[in-house]
Structures are given as C-alpha cells and as structure tokens.
Design a protein around this ligand. Structure first.
Ligand SMILES: NC(=O)C1=CN([C@@H]2O[C@H](COP(=O)(O)OP(=O)(O)OC[C@H]3O[C@@H](n4cnc5c(N)ncnc54)[C@H](OP(=O)(O)O)[C@@H]3O)[C@@H](O)[C@H]2O)C=CC1
Ligand SMILES: CC(=O)N[C@@H](CCC(=O)OP(=O)(O)O)C(=O)O
Length: 335
C-alpha cells in the first residue's frame, strides 16, 4: 500500500512542486489537497500542468478527516498560519512535514523576536527536528513533525556547517550573499513580484533584517557547535526558480582544496550534496533535489558558491527526502 500523502495549502507553488514530484514516486500517492479559497475545484483548474496526470477535488481543511486518510501531510502554508494546523494534525495522529518557518528555530524567544507573532504551539519550538537529513536523519526517521528548512538557509548551512565543525574558518565574520528566483516569494499576488517589477532588474531586499539570518546562525551553531557572526543579504532576480549563494569567509590558514576535501568527506554518503570543481549555476540543479557547491581561494578570504533549486532542495524535494527517511525508504526514492 503506498504512503498516503495530503497537501495543505494546495494552491501554492511548493504544493504544485510536491504534487509534481510525487507523481513519479514509487511508494507514495497524494490522496488529499486543501485550500481556503478554492474548495470544490479540481486541482488541475488551479494547476493546469497537472491536467491528465493527477486529479483530486480540493477540500476545506478538516484536521480529523485529513488525518484519517493520510499517513503524512505536507503543510504548505505561510509561517504564522502553519503552526496551528500542524498542531491539530499531529494531535489527530498523522505525521506532518511543515514547509513554513514555524518550528525551525531553537527557541520561542528567537521565533517571536524575528517573526513578531506569539507562537501558537510553543511546546514544540526548540523541540522539533530540523529537516536536513544530511545531519538529522536519525531524528527525522522517528518524528511526528519535521521542520522543513528554509530555502536560503539550505544553501548556506550545507556549505558552512562542516567547515565550522572542522575548525577550518573564522567564525567572527561570515557574509552570505544570495540570489533567488521569484517563485521563492510564493504564488499570491504582491506588487513586488509583478512582471514589470522584477523583469530586467535585480534588487536586494530584507537587508540586515531577513528572518533567514537567525536560521542560518542557529543551525550552524547546532551542527558546528559555534555561533557565527553572519550577515545575510538576499536578492530577487528575474528567474522562475533557483538560488545561488556566494559566501565569503576568513580561512584559518585553510585553502579551498582543504574545504573541498572536508565537504567530500562530510557528504560522501549524501546523495544530494555534490562538491564540484566548476562554478555552480542555478541551471545545473534546476528541477532537481541536488546541491552543488565549490570553493575558491581569494587572498584573505575563501569564497564558497552553492546552487540549489528553491522549490526542490529548498522546499518540496527536501520534504520528499524527509518523507522517505520517515518511512524507511531510500532518501532518493522518487527524487
Ligand atoms: N516558495 C519557495 O521557494 C519556498 C517556500 N517555503 C515555504 O513554504 C510555504 C508555502 O510556500 P509557497 O507554496 O511558496 O506559498 P504560496 O503563497 O504559493 O501558497 C501558500 C498556500 O497557503 C494558503 N494560505 C495562504 N495564507 C493562508 C492562511 N493565512 N491560512 C491558511 N492557508 C493560507 C494558500 O491557499 P488558499 O489561500 O487557497 O488557502 C496557498 O495555497 C511557506 O511557508 C513558504 O515560506 C519554503 C521554502 C521555499
Ligand atoms: C524570493 C523570496 O521572497 N523568498 C522568500 C523565502 C522563501 C522561503 O524559503 O521562506 P520560508 O522561511 O518562509 O520558508 C523570502 O525572502 O521571504
């Protein structure tokens, strides 16, 4: 019997990506899709690319009903709205992968400081596994709730954490400069993501105050054992999908070759993390769950470059990788 998957917030971009990927999964089947605004419509009316491939009627969210028919639920809701739904679903006995940031940080204070809302399930913040199987597979395997990582943090934590743990870089001065495609901002209409605003243009945003900065610091600390002094600046670029992060660090007498060797060793058993000799581009990983990363010597700095697809390893691909771990399947199943 296949793993029965439910998708909450089914009208958005990550939901479409998770549905698209699950169509090719050998052991899982999407059996339910919910939304507030589009109840009663067929999923292919909302996502025409699914026509003739998979169909289901969108329903409203009734946690008890969803829990009864699903072994696992993908909560593709915005942060703030997701936590309460996750709570209801877990209490009804289904397992949940939360795409939002509601359970990622290690303390309620940190969450409330950066997200500006009171957490609706404070017992579980700081007490939910972070969904990066490259580091937390054992906890993910037994989890009832998994906090799927943020897209930008994935592109920074995977290169940085092993270098911090190995003592190869200084921790007092790290700069993460990232560029994202527009799908990272979600499907709902916003002036900032209109065609004429983003086409032929590139702009920084969230400078000095983006909520992924504490997520990067928090997770590198949890994995590498040291709190970084880290500055993060995201940029919106006129692409559909993809994230490229350029990370500037100060070496501790280490070279790019030593960084590459550290990554090779750390990720030898990780099917989706690939240290590469070339400079990675978003096109090299588009539509895949892979992360490519490289390092270059730059005088008194090392320059690390990573590329992911924000909708795949940055969200829906990572969620399926987590689901595979939770259900005892190879991490690569369906990916
Ligand atoms: N896009 C990306 O690259 C990434 C996104 N994420 C995270 O994944 C989640 C989903 O992102 P994405 O698919 O891009 O978002 P979208 O904006 O594309 O979709 C969000 C979905 O949630 C529903 N929704 C919106 N507001 C509420 C609310 N207040 N209460 C309940 N439902 C609501 C919407 O449907 P309806 O209005 O019909 O209910 C819609 O289906 C977010 O938490 C996002 O931060 C994480 C990593 C990367
Ligand atoms: C381009 C763009 O707008 N990107 C989003 C990040 C999407 C994401 O991963 O954010 P979550 O932490 O909510 O999951 C942003 O900067 O807020």
């Amino acid at each position: 019997m296949p793993i029965r998957v439910g998708i909450i917030g089914a009208t958005g971009y990550t939901a479409l990506e998770v549905a698209r990927l699950l169509l090719a999964h050998p052991e899982a089947k999407v059996v339910a899709a919910t939304s507030r605004a589009e109840v009663g419509k067929s999923i292919s009316e909302i996502h025409p690319s699914l026509a003739g491939r998979w169909d289901v009627t969108i329903e409203s969210l009734d946690a008890a009903k969803i829990a009864e028919k699903c072994d696992v639920v993908m909560s593709c809701l915005p942060h703030g709205a997701s936590a309460e739904t996750c709570k209801q679903l877990v209490e009804q006995g289904t397992r949940v992968i939360d795409f939002s940031a509601d359970f990622r940080l290690s303390s309620r204070d940190l969450y409330e400081q950066w997200y500006g809302v009171v957490h609706p399930w404070p017992e579980r913040i700081g007490n939910t596994v972070y969904g990066l199987p490259e580091f937390f597979a054992d906890e993910i395997a037994n989890a009832d709730l998994v906090a799927n990582p943020g897209c930008y943090p994935t592109s920074a934590i995977l290169p940085l954490a092993p270098l911090v743990a190995a003592g190869l870089i200084e921790t007092d001065d790290v700069i993460v400069d990232s560029k994202s495609g527009v799908s990272g901002a979600g499907r709902s209409a916003k002036v900032g993501t209109l065609y004429c605003e983003v086409n032929e243009s590139i702009a920084a945003y969230g400078v000095g105050c983006h909520r992924h900065q504490p997520e990067m610091i928090d997770l590198v600390d949890r994995i590498g054992g040291t709190s970084l002094s880290l500055l993060f600046t995201p940029h919106l670029t006129p692409m559909d999908r993809g994230i490229l992060s350029t990370i500037y660090v100060k070496p501790k007498k280490s070279t790019a070759a030593e960084v590459m060797a550290c990554w090779e060793q750390q990720y030898a058993e990780c099917p989706f993390v690939t240290p590469v000799a070339h400079l990675p581009a978003t096109k090299h990983v588009s539509g895949t769950n892979h992360v490519q990363m490289t390092a270059r010597d730059g005088g008194n700095r090392l320059i690390l470059v990573s590329a992911i697809d924000n909708l795949a390893k940055g969200a829906s691909g990572a969620a399926i990788q987590n689901m595979n771990v939770m259900f005892g399947l190879p991490q690569t199943a369906g990916l």
